[in-house]
Design a protein around this ligand. Sequence first.
Ligand SMILES: Nc1ncnc2c1ncn2[C@@H]1O[C@H](COP(=O)(O)OP(=O)(O)OP(=O)(O)O)[C@@H](O)[C@H]1O
Length: 633
Amino acid sequence: MDSQRILADFFRKTWLYYVLSISLHLIASIVHVNFPRVLGNFTDELKEGVLTLDSVIQYSWILLAIGSGYAIIGGFAQYLVMYTGRFFEFMNRRKLFIHFAGLSERFYSRNGVGKLLSYFMNDVTAVRESISMGVNQTAGASMLLISTVVMLLLTDVPLYLVAASIFPLLLIPVVVAWFGPMIKKRSMGVQEALGAMTESAEEQFGGIRVTKKFAVEEVMGARFGVTVDRIRSRQLSLVRVSSFFQSLVPFLGATSLIIALAFGGYLTINGTITLGGFVALTLYIRMLMNPLQQIGNVINVVQRARASLERLNNLLSQRPDITEDDEALELDSTSGTGIEVRGLTFAYGESETAIEGERKMKADSVPGAGDKKGRSASVAESKREPGPGGNDSSGGEAQREVLRDINLSLAPGTTLGIIGRTGSGKTTLMKLLLRTYDPPPGTIWIGGEDVRRLSLKSLREGIAYVPQDGFLFSSTIRENIAFYKRDSELPEVERAAKLARVYDNIIEFPDKFETRLGERGVTLSGGQRQRTSLARGIIKDAPILVLDDSVSAVDAVTETEIMETIREIRRGKTTIVIAHRISALKHADAIVVMDGGAIVERGTHEELLAKNGLYRTLHDIQEEGTMRNGTGH
Ligand SMILES: Nc1ncnc2c1ncn2[C@@H]1O[C@H](COP(=O)(O)OP(=O)(O)OP(=O)(O)O)[C@@H](O)[C@H]1O
């Protein structure tokens, strides 16, 4: 998406409203500029003593008609643009959401949710203001300015007097050129500070329970205060320059009025122009003041909006770094769901998707990165072409390998257990299987196809992944369990809940499966939440099931029951069980032990015990713990 797309797309859809509104503004201004002329005539008749009671009433009606005509027509013109502005918000918030949803996990791990919310709220609103309030005021003000100047020229006021009076106004473009970039830069600073504050607030509220338990509200308050202070100081710096600018524009208008009064007054005294002409001139110049003030306003708003627009365009030009082949294949689970991993080495690498990162790269003008599209493509390309070690490297910088030379073969319909110390790369391996991050080509295969050649939809539909900390949405338990199959009947949802051993807990709630969960499912305990998330994975009944430490928060008895059930329902279906507790995976057809990003042992439970290696050590420690607990009872 090129940088002008947001506005171009919008105006293509709404230009008719704008044309209509500007035309109405023009009509309203034409009506309005008759005001001084009528008053000028009134003054002349008054001075000549020809004014009658009838003509006073007539003048009053004319002025009333001018006033109400201007209000009604101008008001409708304003409404049209305001309405269209709201449409802009609606259209672009939707567009942003869809765009955000298409970006990969790498993007989210580099850009906080708070900052993205700030784009949604502050930046879209800033642009909306400029294209609704800004367009309204610009249209109204410039029409009024033009028609006022035209009317001035049509009066019998000499041209040199008109020219002298409006001369200061010609300096306005110079002032705008001087202040505009300054306002834009400072607005950018304010928007960034607002983004940082939203991000901080989001994090602080998200972690409020931890804060309270550690009684560090004051520390967190002070930390939040820093972000608020930063906004204040940046706002003040913006207000200083924008207020000065905004007062300078009417000041030039006032100078015009002074010239009109002094020079026009002198010419009236010596009889060069009539009193009516003088009144009309000063009223016209006075009439210019409002539009000038408005134009000052608008320029301010537009400069701010330009900063926001730049941020939005920058965001919308972010390409998802996980993309599909043009000729992506569908995962065909009927032809087998065996999994092969061959020589897989992986490092997370630096972020190419951080928004600031991209801006910095733009400034540094990466060689060969002529435009954003080109750069994104080259980044994506560099990821597709791993270095000699098969590494997902870019830019040649040193990157820590999280997985090293992983080789695995899982026959269709069998169960693989993965165990290993924390941080040994188990979850990373699953993320690569799901292409949450891209593995180097030719390293992970499902059903005989490289996962990089499969369509993302079919790949992810083919795998039910149950993470350790499954996120629950703020909706009902039923909707959370039926997340993948939204049309599931209640009995199906209940069955999944029973299999995940969470049914009994759910039916104890007054609303049972219709119980609404708070943010992140706060009304459930850790174990209940984990089992609800497990039920969500079970109901999907995918060809491949991955349990990534999915029963770590349940007691040993329930864990055993769940694992027995899983063995039952997954008979003949490919399953991967990642666990820290040997009891959760000892029945697997094959078990691999990971350490430091590599597979250090493999075999069945009995074979591994016989090896006297890391698995045996883990087993003995866990057995000892179990025995101690047993003695303790
Ligand atoms: N998004 C990421 N960016 C950079 N490094 C990451 C990212 N996610 C994980 N890592 C790093 O990769 C390594 C492996 O993490 P991973 O989550 O795969 O381990 P794990 O074996 O699943 O651990 P655990 O048993 O604690 O869940 C860790 O050192 C971690 O710090």
